[in-house]
Ligand binder design. Structure first.
Ligand code: AVW
Length: 310
């Protein structure tokens, strides 16, 4: 018959074995979770076709915000750190293809500003010229000249669904999915800019562009024109700018412009058009002073007289 002492010793051994097994199991499960999460993160961070989040995104956004407030004190106080937090909140721990315009609503409100009437300048296919122009004259404001557009101009970003922080490896391309972090931001910001515009709204278009003056899915057509308020916008004035070194493929009378004019009218807005709006053309002339259109004595100057459509 085994002694009491031997039996309690074997019970202790069994207990120790059970505890040991339990601890090992916990360690194995924890390790599996860590490995799984890391693998998921690695798979996710490298899985998109576009370039990753811009390096130093947080610092750039906060820096641009203070810079904008310093240059434009009239827009009043803004909480630059709060703006960054809203920016991050819109994409952190979310799938980069599941970011809707709604996710940026609070950010749009925080960074919003009043747009003076007659100052809005929309554009399509003229990014370079339009911003050279607004920099030179300060007479008009594009979305990228407002705080919200200025903060994000030229940057890319997206979050990760399995953890906080940005994905610096890759982000969805503009066309990779409908609701991606960058395209939803620009759609939301463009809609807000158009809604805030009043008086005469100008649009700079590219007379030398292939395939018409706008893409069918362009932000100008799909977001901005539908969000202009006919009660507060008195006229939509189009400038068709030809590249001085290229052919003239679109002008106020061309099919593409006529189609756009009808589209604008369908939204209960009136429009006018001018070929080669002279102040912007003079800016093109800085790079092309010998071009015939840059000769102050030519009849080209007449082209700047707006042509009323309706
Ligand atoms: P744009 P929008 N693929 O010159 O009218 C890649 O055609 O669209 O002018 N990039 C795109 C795409 C796309 N399908 N769509 C837009 N983008 C981005 C804001 C890309 O960064 C201002 F207020 C491209 O360089 C203007 O009135 C840029 O959008 C209006 O939206 C311009 O495409 C201009 O947009």
């Amino acid at each position: 018959m085994p002694s009491k002492c031997t039996s309690s010793w074997s019970w202790k051994k069994i207990l120790l074995l059970i505890v040991g097994l339990f601890i090992s199991l916990v360690i194995i499960v924890a390790a599996c979770i860590v490995i799984y999460t890391r693998t998921q993160n690695q798979l996710e961070t490298k899985s998109w076709k576009g370039k990753g989040t811009s390096k130093y995104l947080k610092e750039i956004i906060i820096g641009r915000c203070y810079n904008y407030l310093t240059i434009n004190p009239a827009i009043g106080e803004k909480d630059c750190y709060g703006i960054w937090e809203e920016f991050a909140k819109a994409v952190y721990q979310k799938k980069p293809c599941n970011i809707t315009e709604e996710n940026y609503r609070h950010l749009t409100e925080l960074a919003g500003q009043t747009i003076p009437c007659h100052k809005s300048l929309l554009w399509s296919k003229t990014n370079y010229l339009v911003h050279r122009y607004t920099k030179a004259t300060q007479d008009f404001l594009t979305l990228e000249n407002t705080l919200l557009g200025y903060l994000a101009d030229g940057l890319s970003w997206c979050g990760k669904s399995h953890s906080s922080g940005m994905n610096f490896q890759s982000c969805p391309d503009w066309n990779e999915c409908d609701n991606n972090s960058v395209s939803s931001f620009w759609k939301m910001a463009s809609a807000a800019f158009a809604r805030a515009s009043c008086g005469v709204v100008n649009i700079m278009l590219n007379g030398s562009a292939y395939g018409g003056v706008t893409r069918n899915e362009s932000i100008l057509r799909t977001i901005e024109i539908p969000n202009l308020n006919p009660r507060t916008v008195s006229e939509v004035r189009i400038w068709v700018m030809n590249d001085l070194n290229d052919h003239n493929r679109n002008s106020c009378n061309s099919e593409s412009l006529m189609e756009l004019k009808h589209y604008i009218e369908e939204h209960n807005l009136t429009s006018s058009c001018v070929n080669n709006y002279r102040p912007a053309q003079l800016l093109q002339c800085i790079e092309n002073p010998e071009h015939a259109a840059c000769n102050l004595c030519t009849k080209n100057i007449k082209r700047s007289i707006p042509q009323k459509y309706s």
